[in-house]
Design a protein around this ligand. Structure first.
Ligand code: ATP
Ligand code: MG
Length: 482
């Protein structure tokens, strides 16, 4: 195992679980019963004793039919939110406007939504009215796709399929319930969700549904950055992001939600790359699946070349893209801010994009390797290697890890020797310098940087006496030049 956890070897990649390998027919035939965990049985008894019905709905039922683990249970009931609140001690009104509450039950959190049939969605975002119904059928009809509209009756464990979901599971297709245009008019996010489920399940989207996604694509403009982020991140973390991203491309939503990425469409690289910039981004994201489960790596794989469309200069035999890493860093920050990603996610993904062009050669001096570590941060090197491997797989079909392994060894030696790589690793700090007579202020910071430069070149200089000596010398020289 390499010293950093991120970078894993190719052989383990092949063993990954894949939904393609599941014999679907085995799961769909004759599977009328859902195995109900005992805690859910106890949970549902609370409802039945009070005269209410309770059903498991959504992804857990779909994934059970596919043989995929999914312990994220959602429930629907004919009890009104305030009635659910009376049944349990700990209930949080997480989405009370939409009839959703979260119940804490035996250390589990269960989301329970009252049956709904929603009025029109005037802004494509929020239903203008929500009527609570006592009708499961209506509730299932207002879900997005047939494969997401199963329910399990907790009284008899039977799987209820009123919208042809099992047939579509068997055909491995994603199909909107009812009139697809109406569904995407009601909520533009469903267009992206269709792509997300294509990526998760490696399913196709039916022609009618895909056509409607294209026709209604502008509705995604009304959807909040947060909702887009949640679906996009889940797509990027799926096993088949390429599938979903290609659907996003095909139905025309990329220019609407990720214009920076869409700008790479048809940008010919005329060189070692066989694909245009956007196709390469999608291929790299797909290649990253086998290498890393970290969201930041997957996102960086998708975004690493987004600077290219801005800086391209056409040449006879090849186009050049100078500084696309710097421009890409800037674009990554603004794109992820728009999606309301966390500060840590923005910092990490943009750092990976910024440094993805490093080009290690065996003739790098040890000081060059230390400077590389200082620039990138030792804790990020594993992720940067993962990104490089994904990038190489996308270009060449397989990675060339000889040089990466060599660099890894050299980094390991430097870390074992505990060489200073940042100002906080120096044998002196700001206080020491002030005690030695250097005044607080800008100059002090400059001296610390100079000391770091010195020990990056020669780690033996990292002793208190030596650094104080160098600092005083630097100070007297600058007094002299001022
Ligand atoms: P996953 O296991 O990946 O979370 P999921 O099917 O549980 O998949 P969620 O986003 O958790 O997906 O939503 C739970 C269920 O709620 C869905 O299966 C679907 O029935 C319904 N749903 C969620 N979002 C929407 C939406 N925007 N429009 C209609 N129905 C939706
Ligand atoms: Mg879910």
């Amino acid at each position: 195992m390499p010293f950093y956890s991120e970078y894993v070897f190719m052989t383990t990649f092949m063993a990954r679980f894949s939904v393609d390998l599941l014999p679907l027919s085995r799961y769909c035939h004759g599977m009328q019963q859902f195995p109900i965990p005992s805690v859910i049985r106890r949970f549902s008894q609370q409802f039945s004793q009070a005269g209410f019905s309770l059903y498991i709905v959504g992804g857990a039922v779909r994934d059970h039919l596919l043989g995929i683990e999914n312990e994220d249970f959602d429930f629907t009931t004919d009890a009104k939110p305030e009635e659910v609140m009376q049944l349990f001690n700990a209930v949080i009104p997480t989405g009370i406007d939409h009839g959703t509450v979260t119940v804490r039950f035996e250390k589990h959190s269960f989301e329970v939504t009252t049956f709904r049939s929603e009025g029109s969605y005037q802004d494509g975002r929020h239903p203008s009215s929500v009527t609570f119904l006592t009708n499961l059928e209506e509730d299932l009809k207002r879900r997005d796709f047939t494969i997401n509209a199963f329910a399990v009756d907790l009284n008899d464990s039977k799987i209820i399929d009123l919208n042809g979901g099992k047939k579509d599971l068997k055909q491995r297709t994603i199909k909107a319930i009812g009139d697809p245009r109406e569904r995407f008019e009601e909520d533009g996010l469903r267009i992206l969700r269709a792509c997300r489920f294509a990526g998760k399940l490696n399913f196709n989207i039916t022609e009618d549904t895909l056509k409607a996604m294209h026709a209604c694509r502008e509705n995604l403009r009304n959807v909040s950055g947060e909702r887009i982020r949640d679906e996009l991140f889940r797509l990027v973390l799926s096993d088949h992001p390429e599938m979903g991203l290609n659907y996003m491309r095909e139905c025309g939503i990329l220019p609407i939600i990720l214009p920076e990425l869409a700008a790479g469409d048809q940008i010919d690289q005329k060189g070692m790359h066989h694909e245009d910039v956007l196709s390469h981004a999608i291929s790299t994201c797909q290649a990253s699946v086998a290498i890393s489960n970290r969201l930041e790596v997957r996102l960086a794989a998708l975004l690493h070349d987004i600077g290219k469309s801005e800086v391209m200069e056409e040449g006879e035999t090849r186009n050049t893209f100078y500084n696309h890493d710097l421009v890409g860093e800037k674009l990554t920050i603004s794109l992820l801010k728009r999606l309301k990603a966390s500060n840590d996610q923005i910092r990490l993904v943009s750092l990976l994009v910024r440094h993805h062009m490093f080009s290690y050669q065996s003739n790098w001096s040890d000081s060059a390797v230390r400077r590389f570590l200082t620039r990138v941060g030792k804790e990020h090197v594993g992720m940067l290697f993962s990104l490089r491997i994904a990038d190489q797989i996308a270009i060449h079909g397989k990675p060339d890890i000889r040089l990466l392994e060599e660099l890894e060894q050299r980094i390991k030696s430097i870390l074992d020797a505990q060489d200073a790589l940042s100002i906080k690793d120096l044998a002196v700090n700001g206080n020491d310098l002030m005690q030695a007579g250097i005044p607080k202020g800008k100059q002090l910071g400059k001296i610390l940087e100079y000391l770091l430069e010195t020990v990056l070149d020669d780690p033996k200089q990292n002793t208190r006496e030596q650094l104080l000596e160098i600092a005083k010398h630097y100070q007297s020289l600058s007094n002299f030049t001022n």
